[in-house]
Ligand binder design. Structure first.
Ligand SMILES: [Zn+2]
Length: 258
């Protein structure tokens, strides 16, 4: 491990990222409600046909069994309590973006794995370093550039697979008039910074991270959920950490040798 090598925001800029998708969850794939190959195929279509034309973020998804050199990663884990799960941290061993999809947590919450995975994917592509913020309706608040949170729970089908709705760049442009342009893929959002009833937003206010929900019901659900290891936690931590490969190896969670 070269722990001193750091790659900051924008990462491998100018290169279309390869994203290695690999499964370290023990939850049987039959319980996921989707086959992993079908999921990766649909996520590729989601990026190429829906996300990249709007956000300018193409990517090539590949199936792997572990980290791939110079590739970003999406790793499927059971939950944040799976041995070593949090040792995956926020960056791959090469210092590139990583998303964790907690399969067991997702299924226990009666959510779909494909929706969770596409949620993480679009947010990672739009803000790979989890550090982008913008001004917004409240002059004393900074708003996180999270592209799926405000429309969480709205989904649409891509190649027969349920995927997450996501907001468009105009969502973060306060000068846009209601209804004047497209604010999200599914046309559920009518104006900038609107939070749908099933969604939420991460804010930086008075020197602290906080979140607002689109409805009381959502706030209640959110409070019950286990969000460890998710992007909102990364933001609060304020510092990206590379995957702790020696620790993962102790838990037999990666095949990688250093
Ligand atoms: Zn999110």
């Amino acid at each position: 491990m070269n722990g001193n090598k750091r790659i900051f925001a924008a990462f491998n800029q100018g290169v279309i990222p390869t994203i290695a998708c690999f499964n370290k969850a023990k939850t049987p794939v039959e319980e996921w409600g989707i086959d992993l190959d079908a999921l990766i195929g649909a996520m590729q279509d989601y990026v190429s046909q829906y996300v990249a034309p709007v956000w300018g973020t193409p990517a090539k998804l590949i199936k792997s069994t572990d980290f791939v050199k110079n590739a970003w990663a999406i790793v499927f884990l059971d939950d944040a309590d799976q041995k070593g799960a949090l040792a995956y941290h926020d960056l791959t061993p090469d210092g590139l973006p990583i998303s964790k999809v907690f399969v067991r947590t997702t299924l226990d919450d009666h959510q779909s794995v494909s929706v969770s995975a596409s949620h993480e994917l679009v947010e990672m592509l739009v803000d790979p370093a989890t550090n982008m913020m913008t001004t917004g309706p409240d002059a004393k608040t900074m708003y996180a550039y999270e592209s799926a949170d405000p429309v969480e729970e709205i989904t649409f089908e891509v190649s027969g697979v349920e995927m997450s709705d996501f907001v468009y760049p105009a969502y973060f442009e306060l000068f846009r008039k209601p209804g004047s342009v497209k604010f999200d893929q599914q046309n559920k959002v009518n104006k900038p910074f609107q939070i749908l009833s099933g969604g939420y937003q991460i804010l930086f206010k008075n020197g602290k991270w906080t979140q607002v929900s689109g409805s009381k019901a959502k706030a209640r659900r959110f409070a019950k959920e286990d969000r460890r290891g998710h992007r909102s936690e990364t933001r609060k931590a304020g510092r990206l950490k590379q995957a702790d490969v020696p620790r993962l190896l102790r838990y037999k969670l990666t095949n990688r040798r250093h």
